[in-house]
Design a protein around this ligand. Sequence first.
Ligand code: INI
Length: 160
Amino acid sequence: MPEIIEANLVVDPNARFALVVSRFNETICERLLSGAMDALVRHGGKVEQIVVVRVPGAFEIPLVVRRLARSKRFDAVIALGAVIRGGTPHFEYVCSAVTSGLNQAQMETDIPVAFGILTADTTEQATERSGIKMGNKGIEAALAAVEMVNLLKQVDAHVY
Ligand code: INI
């Protein structure tokens, strides 16, 4: 039998989370934020251990995420935004800049960054995925952050 390393979704009460949320497509992003906050708290997180940073749009998210991750004050950073194809002719550029920027931030800092960025063709689709009928990307990202924080602790315990 192989040794299986996997993490639970129980938040250590000392764990600190930063959430970076875009103001662009604000109604949708606020739904992602409340989903993420709710998930963290329901899984044992403490509101006093959570910091929310608002940025103008999705394009600005990676830089702020990287700053927060570099500070080493947080166990994970959760990025929340919504990029909608109908809203911009630069859809592909914005999506790829955000995706690679967030990946770069976590790889450079060794701090997990959760990808809670909705990319959708229409506002209706994005709304559905912000808690209306197709799940809530904010909840998904928050739970991924919790799992990664716990998983990295277990991996470190085995490796070091
Ligand atoms: N920002 C978003 O977060 N979502 C979008 O759909 C979007 N559109 O459609 O343009 C968007 N644009 C703003 C961009 O992220 C920057 O804030 C702006 O270009 C200033 O740098």
